[in-house]
Design a protein. Sequence first.
Length: 379
Amino acid sequence: MHALTRVAAVAALVASCSAALDPSKYVQYSTVTGYFLQDEPDTNSSTFDYTENNFGLIKRNYPATNGLSAKLTQWQKFKKQVDVLNAKASADTVYKVLFLGRHGEGYHNAAESFYGTPAWNCYWAELNGNETVRWADAKITALGIEQAQVAHDFWQQEIDEQKIQVPQSYYTSPLSRCLQTAEITFSGLDLPAKYPFVPTVKELLREGISIHTCDHRRSKSYIEEKFPSYVIEADFSEDDELWNGVTKEVPDAQDVRSKKWLDQVFHEDDSTWISVTSHSGEIASTLRVLGHQVFSLATGAVIPVLVKAKFLPASEKPPPTPISWTASSHCTSPPKTSIESKDQGCRCTGSKVTTPLVKVTNTNTAGPTSYPGPYRRGI
Ligand SMILES: *[C@@H]1O[C@H](CO)[C@@H](O)[C@H](O)[C@H]1NC(C)=O
Ligand SMILES: *[C@@H]1O[C@H](CO)[C@@H](O)[C@H](O)[C@H]1NC(C)=O
């Protein structure tokens, strides 16, 4: 390479790194379509099976692989295409591939089916469990374990047959169902030594925070004890300071939170291939922030997204969206019926209250005015 060109190339690289690391930059996200079936308007998410469709990667040629004579798998070609997108991107732009995985079925999912959604929302979900099962910070059921095993086997198959680029870093929600799902999915895979499965536990990846006890996380000490190989991000509070049992996070507030964790990851992690284990509501919110079409995931399912992030000057930052949490009422005994509507539409036989049915330690019932962070990865 010509000396001068090399200087320019290094300068461009430095510029792109510093743009990415400058926390004052406003990050604008978009989903790059044309690569995955999940981005096509005619793909039906309720029947789509990621394991039957190579994670949804569309069979096609890319500018980066046109005319290449080497026999490459579709995922190898896609990797080359992503590399070229990044190499040719302007200094303020970066492309990453996110694998967003939903946890396997939890005891709260099973209980919602058992009691029916109205009775679940209006009463049962506000308890820690019934006589036989616990659903506060629910663990995964036998079916949930099976679903995570399916994800594990499919990743191994993709590694063997497709030579897929494996995640270079891993993140998970702090709720037990995700900690467990990530462990079953990625432990024991044939991973390169360079990219081991050492997930970072991220507060902001948790499920939309409602008054349901399944959204109440356990302590940092509990997570450390049960998942000693996981890294917990810096500044993670010992106790759950967000769930209060009285107010819930509205969708706009959740989207503010989703953008915040995306910003943290895009500012501090230079990996291109990233795995995230989270929840249906939180993944739906993340997809909204990424400008992805609505695509709901079954328990245990995974969706890849090719994300383009542009780091804009702070002056381009829109005014902040105020965060509002709203009170949510429920019944003190199982309701006869309820309707899906504002305020949960609970029609109680007994009293309707906003006071929690379980013991609550966080008494900030107004909800946060901003989300905690910035967090840093512990590695
Ligand atoms: C998607 O599939 C489900 C289940 O077969 C069906 O009920 C639904 O109508 C389909 N949606 C569309 C938009 O075709
Ligand atoms: C508790 O809930 C589960 C549903 O998850 C149900 O299978 C079980 O029968 C319930 N136990 C009682 C005592 O009702």
